[in-house]
Design a protein around this ligand. Structure first.
Ligand SMILES: [Zn+2]
Length: 391
């Protein structure tokens, strides 16, 4: 179903305000949706609320309050496209009759512009629910106060290296009903959110079998999910993690779409009321984030320095491997391990000249050569790929 309604424009993981709204505007016109400009980001990009349906149950959905987390924004565009494309479908009519969808896609367009988490003030908007220092947080709070949503969907991407519990499996989808306080008391809006997750979760579980977890459920009094829950909103957090060799997250975008369709239908039909919350509570928790590559037992050869022993840890960041740690890294787990026993590791510039210093955070280009002969490297790591050059 998602294939049919997936808007074709978003093929990159990065997504800017301009790109989003140029795609949304024709969908909004076609669907006859109501759009209200509620304010602007710190840099003046309009923050718009899309309203669909005239039902008695307000449901708030917001995405990309972290500017580099685009998966759910793309899924929301697909959902709005579905609604606009199938006005006569029984399900769509039911939603429009019983729900009032309040969609705030890309709450942090300034972060999106730079493909970073925080807004232009340098603040994490999801830690600004109490202070309301950012215009983006003010808009989200204003929507909550004006519409009093019964349900809220807080849509994010998490570290794609996060694992399921202590396993090596990626936590592809993490769900959470954020607690309204730190007491653990069963408050109705929190229980309702847990029932909703226990209804739609099993329906999407087969799409990411074995890769679904519960997000950290400790109460955070600065975070929007938690405070919305304390303000009476049954809030559901959906985090998209990693999924195999799919850095653009096409598949998890489809899973987000499916999760939202199932959840909204459950709300419209009041179908989740009897769901057994043991499903939610039995979910494995998020485990550690595991790095992409560790290179062990080699010696680093910098220009002008005697070689020294160091393990290296690297993560894929965009199109490149990025150096994240160096030294004695015994105990660091990674998806791939390269044993560099007997090899010299030469960090190089783009012209393959050896570098004089090892800098963390930079795109890594490495030549791994035998100590006895450096003419043909044994391995080369460049442009996000590790290639064997000789035996
Ligand atoms: Zn996030």
């Amino acid at each position: 179903m998602h294939e049919r309604y997936r808007v074709p424009d978003f093929v990159e993981r990065r997504l800017t305000h301009q790109e989003l709204w140029s795609v949304l505007q024709p969908i909004i016109r076609r669907g006859g949706y109501d759009v209200a400009e509620l304010g602007a980001s710190a840099e003046g990009r309009p923050l718009r609320l899309i309203r669909v349906g005239a039902g008695p149950v307000p449901v708030l959905l917001w995405s990309q309050m972290h500017g580099d987390e685009t998966t759910a924004t793309r899924a929301l565009a697909d959902l709005l496209n579905y609604l606009a494309s199938e006005p006569q479908a029984e399900r769509v009519r039911r939603w429009r009759e019983r729900l009032q969808l309040l969609v705030l896609p890309m709450l942090n367009p300034d972060g999106a512009e730079r493909n970073i988490r925080r807004n232009a003030f340098g603040i994490d908007v999801n830690r600004d629910a109490r202070l309301l220092a950012t215009p983006e947080a003010k808009v989200l709070k204003a929507v909550q106060e004006r519409y009093r949503p019964r349900y809220g969907f807080n849509l994010h991407d998490q570290n794609p290296r996060t694992r399921v519990g202590a396993s090596e499996r990626l936590a592809s989808i993490s769900l959470l009903a954020p607690p309204p306080d730190g007491s653990g008391r069963p408050v109705e809006q929190w229980q309702r959110a847990q029932r909703l997750i226990s209804y739609f979760g099993p329906r999407i579980e087969p799409l990411v079998a074995g890769h679904i977890t519960r997000y950290d459920d400790s109460f955070n009094p600065r975070a929007f999910g938690d405070l919305l829950s304390s303000w009476g909103v049954s809030t559901v957090l959906i985090e998209s993690g990693g999924w195999g060799a799919d850095p653009v997250k096409r598949w998890l975008r489809a899973v987000n779409f499916a999760a939202l369709v199932e959840a909204l239908d459950a709300i419209a039909l009041d179908a989740g009321a009897d769901a057994d919350v043991r499903w939610y509570r039995a979910l494995p928790e998020n485990g550690r984030a595991v790095n992409d590559l560790v290179i062990r037992n080699g010696r680093i050869a910098l220009a002008g320095q005697a070689p020294y022993a160091a393990d290296l840890v690297l993560d894929l960041a965009g199109a490149d491997y990025q150096l994240v740690d160096a030294g004695d890294l015994d105990g660091t787990a990674a998806r791939d391990t390269l044993d560099a026993t007997g090899l010299l590791i030469q960090p190089c510039d783009p012209a393959d000249a050896p570098l004089p210093a090892l800098l963390l955070g930079a795109a890594a280009r490495l030549r791994l050569v035998r100590a006895t002969s450096d003419s043909i490297p044994v391995w080369e790591l460049a442009a996000g790929r590790l290639i064997r050059r000789s035996r």
